[in-house]
Design a binder for this molecule. Structure first.
Ligand SMILES: Cc1cc2nc3c(=O)[nH]c(=O)nc-3n(C[C@H](O)[C@H](O)[C@H](O)COP(=O)(O)OP(=O)(O)OC[C@H]3O[C@@H](n4cnc5c(N)ncnc54)[C@H](O)[C@@H]3O)c2cc1C
Length: 421
């Protein structure tokens, strides 16, 4: 048993969410054991676009998107695909997703995401120190580009929401776009530059480095597959694994897209779905980008990384077990070649990962209902790299009984059991 005031805490999952929780809890002096079926950062946290979305904190479901969905689905090169056999299972989630995009809901989600993401770069800096920051983080901003000259109603709403949330951006014409990123083909008419965004040059190494800091600070990391919980009237007594029973005072569930089944074993049923995403990693792109670039119409990102250029994006609704469809990643190569003349895609490595997504784009950061010593920290969807540091802080605040750093009420699990969410 831990010394007075400190607890024995098991964090389940060593993706970016779990590692940030484990670090923050260890900083509070708790005895922390982090368990993962794989090594740190080998899940969704390894293959993302690496963007710290300080300046683009909008939910994914937005007003009017419903009308774009049929067009996206009909276009085999479009940003959204559904595995049709999986549709009946995903349908309730999709209906909630559409409702989340209603005009009266979106401003609240934008405020909440902004609060969750705003300090992420500062928190990473604190954990990584000067050397780790210089090694892993870049502060070049983030460029969004459009081929069309016309601003849609969605563009106008997005701009208004960003402005309302104090997010800085610079409007660019085609000449200004090329000043910021000369490697782009002269096909883009409009751009927005977010000076406060940053990125990591290697998302997996970011997680691994944070996990090393956690271990150096006395945290313990074990490779185990969690199978369930031993619960009594007072809550979780132990976490059950493929190897042994691990007694604890507190359990924190941060198992990304796999959290739904484990949360159900704690008695909490949540509408967590996976939005499968893809990347193509170009090891010798020949062209260097100065800044990460998002193709706003095709909704994917080109990020300069230490192992080459990563093209990342697309959403595929197909569950956790269907095999990858790497044609989705190859589409990104074709589209990026149009954007960046001379891009060399030889030797591209293709990847698929499971975004853990709630319909309203917000994670659940909460205590499990009816199990007072179990906490939930998952569902970061498209922006887990940006939302994980504050998530770790909030979980540590909750466990230590401190007032939370930001308002945690929008992250409650109970939001899905009321208001038609
Ligand atoms: C293509 C793509 C691009 C993206 N780009 C960005 C971006 O630019 N910026 C951004 O902020 N976010 C981005 N994201 C989202 C981000 O990657 C995710 O939100 C984030 O990685 C989720 O982290 P996680 O720790 O919750 O999940 P994961 O990283 O998946 O970690 C969950 C961990 O739990 C473990 N686990 C699961 N079940 C068990 C079990 N039973 N026992 C033990 N361990 C278990 C898994 O092995 C895994 O390591 C992107 C995602 C994709 C797919």
């Amino acid at each position: 048993m831990a010394a007075s005031g400190t607890k024995t805490i098991i964090v389940i999952g060593a993706g970016i969410a779990g590692v940030c929780c484990a670090l923050a809890l260890r900083e509070d002096g708790h005895d922390v054991l982090m368990v993962d079926q794989n090594g740190p950062g080998e899940g969704c946290s390894s293959g993302n676009a690496g963007q710290f979305n300080v300046g683009s904190s909008l939910p994914i479901s937005m007003p009017g998107m419903l009308f774009q969905v049929p067009r996206w689905l009909m276009d085999p090169t479009g940003p959204l695909a559904v595995r049709w056999h999986y549709l009946p299972k995903a349908l309730p989630w999709l209906i909630r997703w559409i409702r989340a995009g209603l005009r009266d809901r979106v401003p609240g989600y934008a405020v909440t995401l902004r609060a969750l993401h705003a300090n992420c770069i500062d928190l990473y800096r604190q954990w990584l120190g000067t050397e780790g920051t210089a090694d892993l983080l870049r502060f070049a901003g983030h460029l969004y580009v459009w081929e069309s000259t016309e601003r849609s109603a969605l563009d106008l709403l997005s701009e208004a929401l960003r402005e309302a949330n104090g997010i800085r951006s610079v409007v660019l014409d085609s000449a200004a776009i090329r000043d910021i990123e000369p490697a782009l083909a002269p096909i883009f008419q409009r751009g927005l530059y977010f000076p406060d965004n940053g990125h990591t040059v290697n998302p997996q190494r970011l997680v691994q480095t944070l996990a090393e800091h956690y271990v150096a600070a006395g945290g313990v990391l074990q490779r185990r597959t969690v199978t369930g919980f031993d619960c009594g009237p007072e809550g979780v007594r132990a976490v059950l694994t493929d190897a042994e029973r691990l007694p604890c005072d507190i359990a924190v569930l941060a198992a990304g897209a796999w959290s739904r089944g484990l949360a159900a074993k704690l008695g909490t049923n949540l509408p967590l779905e996976t939005e499968r995403g893809y990347h193509a990693m170009l090891p010798s792109p020949e062209i260097q980008l100065r800044v990460p670039v998002s193709n706003a119409e095709r909704t994917f990102v080109l990020t300069p990384m230490e192992l080459g250029m990563r093209l990342a994006g697309t959403v595929e609704i197909g569950g956790l077990t269907a095999p990858p469809d790497y044609a989705r990643a190859r589409i990104l190569i074709t589209q990026a070649a149009r954007m960046v003349p001379g891009l060399n895609s030889h030797g591209a490595a293709l990847w698929m990962g499971f975004r853990p997504s709630f319909p309203d784009s917000l994670p659940v950061i909460d205590r499990a209902k009816g199990v007072p010593n179990a906490y939930l920290a998952f569902g970061h969807g498209h922006t887990g790299i940006s939302g994980a540091p504050m998530t770790g802080r909030l979980i540590a605040d909750m466990i230590s009984g401190r007032p939370p750093t930001i308002d945690t009420s929008p992250f409650r699990a109970s939001r899905f059991h009321s208001h038609g969410n």
